[in-house]
Design a protein around this ligand. Structure first.
Ligand code: GDP
Length: 356
C-alpha cells in the first residue's frame, strides 16, 4: 500500500496528530495491520458516494478507500551533520511515497519551540535543508560505487549522469522536486526531496477561520498543497460520537475534519483515484492510480480478475444516481461495456467479467 511519511521538528504536534490518526476504533477494527504496526495510522478517504450507492442497493456495509501514514521520528536542526539522520529514520522515510511535513503555527508559551519562536517559514527551511543535505550524502556515498559499475559496464552511464545532475541541483540548495529532471535512473536511491510534499499546518483554532492568514501560509508552500488543522481538536474529535463531533467541527468553522482533509489531499498527492463496486453485501471504493486501465483496476480486487479479464460493465456514478436504478441507467444507454484499453475514470461503478 502507498504510504505518506510524517516529518517535522520536535514539539510541532506530530505525536498529537498521529495519535488522532491511530486512535480511531472503527479503523482499528477494519484494518488490523494498523494496530500491529505501531507507527502506521490509517485514515478513511471521505466519500459521500458510498452511502448513496448503499441506499440504492440496500447494501449491508460500506468499505471506503484508505490512506496510510507512517510516523517518522522528528528531525532537528543539524541532524544531517555529525551522526547524520538515523538509519532507521532514513529507511522509513525512503520507503514513503510522499512526505507530509507538520509545521507549527500554534502559539503556546508552555510548549517550547526548538528554535525559540514560532516561525513556520523558518521551520520549513530547516527541515528542507536537512532533507537536501541527506540527499547530498546519499548521492556522495553512491557516486564512487556507480562510477565503478559504469566503468565495468554493469550500469548504464545515464545513472551516473543523472546522479551528477541531481547533485548540482542540491548543491544550489534546491529540492529535486522543484526542477524538471527525470530521476527515474536513480530511483533506487529513494531521494527524499524528489518525493511529493504536503504541508500540514498545526494552528490555533482561531486561525482556522482566519482566511487571510491561511492564504498567507498556503502561499508559502505553493504549488505544494497545504492542510490546516488544530491537532488538539483533531484528538478531541476522535473521542466523540458523530453528532458531538459534527457540532465541535462546526464551532471551529470547518466543513471537514483535518484528518479527512489530510486523507483527501494525500490521496491526490499520491496520484490516486477510486472506482466503486456495489451490491447487496457491500459498497466499496477501490484504489487505483490515475490513468489505470480496466484490467489493472480488476487486479486490485484479485490478481485472477486481471489475468482473466474479459470486459467491464461500467456506469458513471453521476449517471447511475440520475437514473435512480441500474435498470433505468441501462435503458437510458448509460451502462457501457468496456474492454482492455479502457482508461478508468474516478467514480466509475463497475462490474467485471472475467474467466477463471
Ligand atoms: P511532536 O514532538 O511534534 O510529536 O509534538 P507533540 O505532539 O508531542 O506536541 C508537543 C506539545 O505541544 C504537547 O504538549 C502537545 O499537547 C502540544 N500541542 C500539540 N498540538 C497542539 C496545538 O494544536 N495547540 C496547542 N496549544 N498545543 C499543542
Amino acid at each position: 500500500a502507498l504510504t505518506i511519511g510524517i516529518v517535522g521538528l520536535p514539539n510541532v504536534g506530530k505525536s498529537t496528530l498521529f495519535n488522532a490518526l491511530t486512535q480511531n476504533d472503527v479503523l482499528a477494527a477494519n484494518y488490523p495491520f494498523a494496530t500491529i504496526e505501531p507507527n502506521v495510522g490509517v485514515v478513511e478517504l471521505p466519500d459521500s458516494r458510498l452511502a448513496e450507492l448503499a441506499k440504492l442497493h440496500g447494501s449491508e456495509r460500506l468499505v471506503p478507500a484508505t490512506v496510510s501514514f507512517v510516523d517518522i521520528a522528528g528531525i532537528v536542526r543539524g541532524a544531517s551533520e555529525g551522526e547524520g539522520l538515523g538509519n532507521q529514520f532514513l529507511a522509513n522515510i525512503r520507503e514513503a511515497d510522499a512526505i507530509a511535513q507538520v509545521v507549527r503555527g500554534f502559539v503556546d508559551a508552555d510548549v517550547v519551540h526548538v528554535d525559540g519562536a514560532v516561525d513556520p517559514a523558518s521551520d520549513m527551511a530547516t527541515i528542507n535543508t536537512e532533507l537536501i543535505l541527506a540527499d547530498l550524502q546519499t548521492l556522495e556515498k553512491a557516486e564512487p560505487r556507480i562510477e565503478k559499475e559504469v566503468k565495468g559496464k554493469k550500469t548504464d552511464p545515464v545513472v551516473l549522469e543523472t546522479l551528477k545532475a541531481a547533485r548540482a541541483v542540491l548543491d544550489e540548495g534546491t529540492p529535486l522536486s522543484a526542477v524538471d529532471l527525470d530521476l527515474a535512473p536513480v530511483k533506487e536511491l529513494g531521494l527524499l526531496t524528489s518525493k511529493p510534499f504536503i504541508y500540514v499546518f498545526n494552528v490555533d483554532e482561531s486561525v482556522l477561520t482566519d482566511e487571510a492568514r491561511l492564504a498567507e501560509l498556503a502561499a508559502l508552500v505553493a504549488p505544494a498543497k497545504a492542510v490546516f488543522l488544530d491537532a488538539k481538536i483533531e484528538s478531541e474529535l476522535i473521542g466523540l460520537d458523530p453528532e458531538d463531533a459534527a457540532e465541535l467541527l462546526e464551532s471551529t468553522g470547518q466543513a471537514q475534519s483535518g484528518l479527512d482533509q489530510l486523507a483527501t489531499v494525500g490521496f491526490e498527492t499520491l496520484g490516486l483515484q477510486t472506482y466503486l463496486t456495489a451490491g447487496p453485501k457491500e459498497v466499496r471504493a477501490w484504489t487505483i492510480p490515475v490513468g489505470a486501465k480496466a484490467p489493472q483496476a480488476a487486479g486490485v480486487i484479485h490478481t485472477d480478475f486481471e489475468r482473466g479479464f474479459i470486459k467491464a460493465e461500467i456506469v458513471s456514478y453521476d449517471d447511475l444516481i440520475d437514473a435512480g436504478t441500474m435498470v433505468e441507467a441501462k435503458s437510458r444507454g448509460k451502462v457501457r461495456m468496456e474492454g482492455k484499453e479502457y482508461v478508468m475514470q474516478d467514480g466509475d461503478v463497475v462490474e467485471f467479467r472475467f474467466n477463471v
